[in-house]
Design a protein around this ligand. Structure first.
Ligand code: TRP
Length: 451
């Protein structure tokens, strides 16, 4: 089984697949709405710091575990720490991405709907454009249908396997998405009133910083880099032995951060130009971008429709590559540990995510009265995962690599047996971050939340 385990074809493919997992709705949908909800520039600064000192060490820790063991999370714990309680970390990391997949695919469904809606934006009135989202998500059938369609797409690609399915797909769509976001950002910046949005993104107001801002920023960093649940671990297990863990980690993080900031600039200026409140919540991208496309439509309806369609198509692709990586964690577990066939594993996970996703979708409509600790179902699951489960998983990964694994093994994996010079040079610092800084930081955030 070991021998014919698939691997990614090249360094470019590794970064593209990892970036494909990292870059998704987290950057384009979640980041702008979090930044808007938690006060703009100050949030962004904390988010960047959290990405560097908390998230990166975990990225490296997961990469080391994944490639060292050559298996998914659960199998990795069995191999590197057989017969220990570390296997529970395996369970945690199989469960959380499947929960995330459930509500993620609801938002994925929104982009499916908007793909088709692209043909209408240019011709709608301004009020209809910004008001459409609220009507849409509170309805019953359409969002559930769209969620189902999205999930089926994910299942389809995951069935195709690593090389054929995931790799080919990500390589094509990521560059297109990048170009489109730049076009939209430039257009958004040209709208009257957009200057306030730029100011909101670059002028920090630190008086707004509270423990919940820090938690949200940390959660966003984890969510955006797909950390804490073994996604990166599983992908790293598909990495060849001569790949560079440091380089692919930094490459992925760079693209991910870049995309988030770009998305911020594509959305926030237009939010102000459209007179939408920056703290408007999860729908903000879906309210704002149609406004941009509507405005573009006054110049050229065809161009506006074209850009909108391409945009939602590539967002959909970005969301798919991320969702695929969530499903793949569970599939790796069920096939490798439980001896299930790939098809059966995909079916089981899809069913689970479908049912939970329906509940999440309904929580914007008929089930909006259902409150768990003060949140609707969708928000509750998102907060549970992003603010608690991902950091918890990340914390355990750093403890595992920093304190359980032999430092010489970690060194060996991080530097490819001492052959990579730059990796050797930064190893001490990275180990310090993995052992002390990241765990202490995460624990501090947990404590500040509980107090
Ligand atoms: N990072 C992805 C995004 O930004 C989402 C994602 C994929 C994810 N895999 C994950 C989030 C695992 C948490 C855990 O859209």
């Amino acid at each position: 089984m070991e021998k014919n385990r698939e691997t990614f074809g090249s360094r470019f493919a590794v970064i593209m697949a990892m970036a494909g997992s990292a870059i998704g709705l987290g950057n384009i949908w979640r980041f702008p709405y979090m930044a808007g909800e938690y006060g703009g520039a100050a949030f962004i600064i904390v988010y960047i710091v959290a990405s560097l000192v908390l998230a990166m060490p975990i990225f490296f820790a997961e990469s080391v575990i994944g490639r060292r063991s050559g298996s998914g999370t659960f199998g990795a714990m069995e191999k590197l720490a057989p017969g220990t309680r570390w296997k529970w970390l395996g369970f945690l990391t199989v469960l959380s991405p499947i929960i995330i997949l459930s509500y993620y695919s609801v938002v994925g469904g929104w982009s499916v709907e908007y793909l088709f809606k692209s043909f209408d934006f240019a011709g709608m009135t301004e009020g209809d454009v910004t008001g459409f989202f609220g009507k849409f998500i509170s309805s019953v059938q359409m969002p559930i249908l769209a969620h189902t369609a999205f999930l089926l797409l994910v299942a389809g690609v995951v069935l195709g396997g690593v090389r054929k399915g995931i790799e080919q797909f990500t390589k094509i769509t990521m560059p297109i998405l990048f170009v489109l976001i730049v076009i939209i950002a430039v257009y958004g910046l040209s709208l009257p009133g957009s200057g306030k949005g730029v100011e909101y993104l670059v002028r920090p107001d630190f008086s707004k910083l509270t423990p919940s801002t820090v938690t949200a920023a940390m959660g966003q960093a984890f969510f955006s880099l797909s950390l804490g649940v073994g996604t990166i671990l599983t992908y790293a297990s598909y990495m060849k032995k001569d790949e560079n863990i440091l380089a692919s980690g930094l490459g992925t993080a760079f693209f991910d951060l870049f995309f988030a900031i770009l998305a911020g600039f594509a959305v926030m200026p237009a939010v102000f130009a459209a007179g939408i409140a920056p703290g408007a919540g999860p729908g903000i991208v879906f309210e704002t971008l149609p406004f941009i496309f509507n405005k573009m439509g006054t110049a050229s309806p065809l161009l506006s429709t074209g850009i909108s369609f391409l945009f939602f198509f590539t967002i959909l692709a970005a969301a798919l590559t991320s969702a695929i990586s969530m499903m793949e964690v569970g599939v790796a577990y069920l096939t490798e540990e439980k001896g299930m066939r790939r098809r059966t594993a995909v079916l089981l996970i899809t069913l689970f995510a479908w049912v939970v996703g329906i509940l999440c979708s309904l929580s914007f409509g008929p089930l909006s009265g259902v409150r768990i600790l003060g949140n609707g179902i969708f928000d509750f699951l998102d907060k549970l995962c992003s603010n608690w489960l991902l950091p918890l998983g990340g914390l355990l990964f750093t403890i595992f690599v920093g304190w359980k694994m032999k430092p010489s093994d970690v060194y060996d994996e991080f530097t490819n047996g001492g052959t990579l010079k730059a990796n050797r040079a930064v190893f001490k610092t990275v180990l310090l971050l993995i052992r002390f800084v990241a765990p202490a930081g995460i624990i501090a955030v947990f404590v500040s939340l509980l107090v």
